[in-house]
Design a protein around this ligand. Sequence first.
Ligand SMILES: NC(=O)c1ccc[n+]([C@@H]2O[C@H](COP(=O)([O-])OP(=O)(O)OC[C@H]3O[C@@H](n4cnc5c(N)ncnc54)[C@H](O)[C@@H]3O)[C@@H](O)[C@H]2O)c1
Length: 299
Amino acid sequence: MTEISGKAAVVTGGGSGIGMGLAKELARQGASVAIADIILANARKVADAINAAGGKAVAIECDVTDRASVKAMKNAATAALGPIQLVFANAGATSFDPLVEMSDDDVDWIIDVNLMGVMRTTQAFLPDMINAGGGHVCATASMAGLLPGWIPTHAPYSAAKAGIIGLMMNLSIELGEHGIHTTSYCPGGVATGMKQNNAKYRPAKFGGPGEGEVHVSQDSIDVAASQAFYTPEAIAPMVLDAVKHNRAFAFDHPEQRVHFRTTYSDVVEACYDATDAWEQEHGVPDANPTGPVLLQPAG
Ligand SMILES: NC(=O)c1ccc[n+]([C@@H]2O[C@H](COP(=O)([O-])OP(=O)(O)OC[C@H]3O[C@@H](n4cnc5c(N)ncnc54)[C@H](O)[C@@H]3O)[C@@H](O)[C@H]2O)c1
């Protein structure tokens, strides 16, 4: 079990939406919380609300696409709350444009903020968690990362979110001996301001903030319209339950189980049937005679 009460937590992207819901629920369950966001005014509003309700929170400006900013945020959070043992790497941004229509800046931004942002945040807090002998990293991925074919025209975003899942699953093995666990939270539809506010988060090096909603294709609207969008407040306790039980994944839409099962059982059977057939026709590929290493040393 991972304890929430009495622990210090950080939530990136905690100034709105899912991150705000997580920060408030963490505080309600007895954690102190550093709310890190690229929009400091929003982080302050959330911290003020938590403090006014009797909890303990600090607001810290942070751009997760900038390693120095993440390190400074880590130092500020630790100075205010002590060593952090609960890390919610949640900051993210989205795009529903076809890859061929996206600017180079937007492609780089979507990969950087979603995947590298989680990587940098996790890396910054790991040494303290290892020293403390335990902790938990919960990264906000997406059902778009788990089922990349489900929502159309979402390619860089789906790739980044799939990367987060790989990062969390592999880290759980690396960090097991330190008592550190990981969770990939895969939202499947949460009512937040992401669509309206997204461009306001774009850092200067990726073209700077813009105005206007994210363009969403009709195909993607059709997928979204087929399901409920839950509130961040409603899903936060579900996510924290997964963290408390050290579950590798947290989902919020149980009915999406059917997409998951169909996608993976179809992929697994089709791929391995084809591989079996290839081997029957061509024979089993030659194995390296000296085992799982290169035949010739480099140089
Ligand atoms: N809402 C959904 O249905 C949904 C579905 C799947 C995944 N997600 C993921 O959930 C996470 C939270 O999104 P949300 O829906 O709450 O949207 P949101 O727009 O309300 O929240 C995103 C937060 O991240 C912050 N942020 C953006 N770029 C940042 C940066 N470079 N550094 C620090 N903070 C930054 C924003 O200021 C904002 O507070 C994202 O990672 C998103 O991809 C959301």
